[in-house]
Design a binder for this molecule. Structure first.
Ligand code: GAL
Length: 657
């Protein structure tokens, strides 16, 4: 027996979603799509079927993504997400058996490069409901001997992309593919046959296992994360007092959910409605993570409609989505618990809502993220969340009648417009992503003597790269995508400076403005919250820990302080900064500013002014008792003198950060 929780959502506090304290840093924030739903111009089992589908709508040009790839990557970047899940259209790669289209393969390779160049990690799905017509004619997943063709395609894609793509999904929602295609008759080949459904289900599990093993055996296999994507559709008894409703719910849950999950856990699969388990070679533990697609729960009675046209039953207080099933965020927790026993990381590979006018979606996003954050806080290993979908698209049997996008797509003009829900998702994501780093790189570096006569100090080479590059390498490792470099002395030398995977903007002051003046001068480029670094210090600390302190203390500025340093320049107590003096050491001082701080932009605006001023002297005294202190004794590498530069060189030679 399981409980069916329902919350009073009006009483739920969403502040942690907004202030960035709900999710751990390093959480994967994503959006998802599938090739056939967005690319346009595809020829596969689905395009063949479309004239006979329920809506009879043709996918046609879809979102014309095939021709608008680069612009669409910008849309993804615009959402501030860190990950993007897409699928590779096999029918484009191998349009007829054994004939491989290099240009099509190159298109996906370019997509991956474009994503990485703006700091977005790709996740590729190898089967998302579609495949080539020739393979369909051979019987698709109905015949075991066909599996090898698909695995060959998977291996080819892995060879091409696994140097850059770390995350792989084998098959998307085998239970949906089987049920919709072979029981409910809504997806191709639209038959109603339990017998055929059973062989398809079994072969999909075999295919998943073979694909996993083949990719894992590749040189980069160990380094990549490969998993199955399972749609968890919850079934609850319509009347909880009625044993027949319970029986129905249990049977459906077993067929749709449990048998697949058990199969993965045990390596033996009992297909839905089958009587015996079949041992599937390579199936046991064949997932490095489990992808959970979660949309709703269904209320079970022995008389449930098997036609999707008839509205499903819902609870009186639930809201129907455009798809007619209810919004039920509480169930996402049960979906996590259902796969928890696999003991592998869980990733929400899809969650979203059909809502044409976007009046439910903002709340839908908040509720599902709230449930996810709560599950993580309670110890469930949920690593990421991909919203379905990036943009409105071709929703299979529903055609263009159901819209799931964070961007609205006008299918006449192909114009994309961010919806309110898109801004909402972006705001939550942004609050949780590593903020922009702002690097003070304008100083004269006089203590370095002749070295800084020709080169600004942040561009001095240490162990083969400018110090600035080392600083950015570390920031990037900490999940940072944006850097603002404030330059002055010999600022022209920063022109054209880049760092792959990060966007770097250099702002040069015309005359020396001091540390505060430099920030004031660049105020229009500062994000609401940023990480302040010094252009001559390498400080390899965990930004997530510093950010946690910042959130907990709710401070305008949180500075990292070390207690193991030969000099001391500040006094702190109970996590707050009380006094700071760069110049005269005070015997009561008990800490040293280690050079990484979190700053709210409002502080710059409040305390700043035109002209020359010092950030440390002005702000630290003004914020005495308010600024927070994050203690961390990780050594920091200040290369301000030739001796220290030498020490840093040594350190970088000996360590990989
Ligand atoms: C999933 C499917 C997606 C998308 C979504 C919305 O089952 O993987 O392709 O269509 O449903 O209904």
């Amino acid at each position: 027996m399981w409980t069916e929780e329902h919350r009073n959502w009006d009483a739920v506090d969403y502040t942690p979603l907004k202030d960035g304290s709900a999710f751990p840093s390093g959480f994967m924030w994503g959006v998802a799509t599938a090739s056939h739903q967005i690319e346009g111009g595809n020829h596969n089992n689905w395009s063949e079927f479309e004239p006979r589908s329920k809506s009879q709508q043709l996918s046609g040009e879809a979102c014309d993504h095939w021709n608008r790839r680069s612009d669409d990557v910008k849309l993804i970047r615009e959402l501030d997400v860190s990950h993007y899940r897409f699928s590779i259209e096999w029918s484009r790669i191998e349009p007829s058996q054994g004939e491989w289209d290099q240009d099509a393969a190159q298109w996906y390779s370019d997509l991956v490069d474009e994503l990485l160049s703006v700091g977005i990690q790709p996740m590729a799905t190898l089967h998302h409901f579609t495949h080539p017509v020739w393979w369909d004619q051979l019987g698709g997943f109905e015949r075991e001997e066909n599996i090898q063709h698909w695995v060959d395609f998977c291996v080819k894609m892995f060879d091409l992309l696994s140097d850059r793509v770390e995350w792989w999904c084998t098959i998307n929602e085998p239970a949906v593919y089987t049920t919709m295609g072979y029981v409910l008759g809504e997806f191709p080949p639209a038959v109603r046959s339990f017998k055929r459904a059973r062989s398809v289900a079994l072969n999909m599990m075999r295919a998943h296992a073979q694909c996993y093993q083949a990719l894992k055996a590749k040189p980069r296999g160990e380094h990549c994360h490969i998993g199955l994507v399972k749609n968890i559709n919850l079934f609850d008894p319509y009347r909880r007092w009625n044993p027949l409703h319970w029986i129905q719910a249990k049977v459906l849950d077993g067929m749709f959910n449990r048998c697949w999950i058990n199969g993965l856990a045990k390596g033996k699969f009992k297909p839905p409605s089958g009587f015996r388990s079949v041992s599937v070679p390579g199936l046991k533990n064949s997932s490095d993570f489990i992808g959970v697609n979660y949309y709703t729960h269904l209320l079970a009675t022995p008389f449930m409609p098997t036609k999707v046209e008839i509205d499903p039953l819902i609870r009186p207080w639930e809201t129907r989505t455009d798809f007619r099933y209810p919004m039920y965020a509480e169930g996402l927790r049960r979906a996590f618990e259902m796969v928890q026993g696999l003991n592998i990381p869980i990733i929400v590979t899809e969650n979203g809502v059909a809502d044409d006018d976007d009046d439910m979606r903002p709340e839908h996003v908040r509720r599902h993220l709230h449930i996810t954050a709560e599950a993580i806080a309670d110890g469930l290993d949920v690593r990421g969340f991909y919203h379905w979908s990036l943009m409105d698209n071709f929703e299979w049997a529903e055609g263009y009648d159901q819209q799931f996008g964070l961007y609205h797509v006008d299918f006449e003009t192909q114009k994309r417009t961010l919806k309110e829900s898109g801004s909402e998702y972006k705001a939550i994501v942004k609050a949780h992503r590593t903020p922009q780093v702002v690097i003070m790189a304008g100083g004269l570096g006089t203590r370095l003597g002749t070295m800084t006569e020709q080169t600004p100090k942040s561009l001095i080479q240490v162990n083969g790269k400018p110090i600035l590059t080392h600083i950015l390498d570390w920031a990037q490792k900490q999940g940072c995508l944006n850097a603002l470099v404030l330059t002055g002395h010999m600022g022209e030398q920063f022109e054209g400076f880049t760092h792959p995977g990060m966007s770097v903007r250099c702002i040069r002051e015309d005359s020396p403005l001091g540390t505060g003046g430099a920030l004031w001068n660049a105020q229009e480029h500062l994000e609401e919250r940023f990480i302040l670094l010094w252009g001559d210090d390498l400080h390899p600390i965990q930004y997530s820990e510093l950010l946690n302190t910042h959130h907990t203390m709710g401070a305008p500025v949180t500075m990292c302080v070390t207690e193991s340093h030969e000099e001391m320049n500040l006094r702190h107590e109970d996590g707050r900064l009380l006094e700071y003096d760069k110049i005269s050491a005070n015997p009561e001082f008990n800490g040293y500013e280690a050079g990484t701080s979190i700053v709210e932009k409002s502080v710059v605006l409040k305390h700043g002014s035109d002209g020359v001023w010092s950030w440390e002297e002005t702000v630290y005294s003004a914020l005495s008792g308010k600024a927070a202190v994050h203690l961390d004794n990780t050594p920091f590498w200040d290369m301000g003198t030739p001796e220290r530069l030498e020490l840093l060189e040594q350190f970088l030679k000996e360590t990989t950060l």
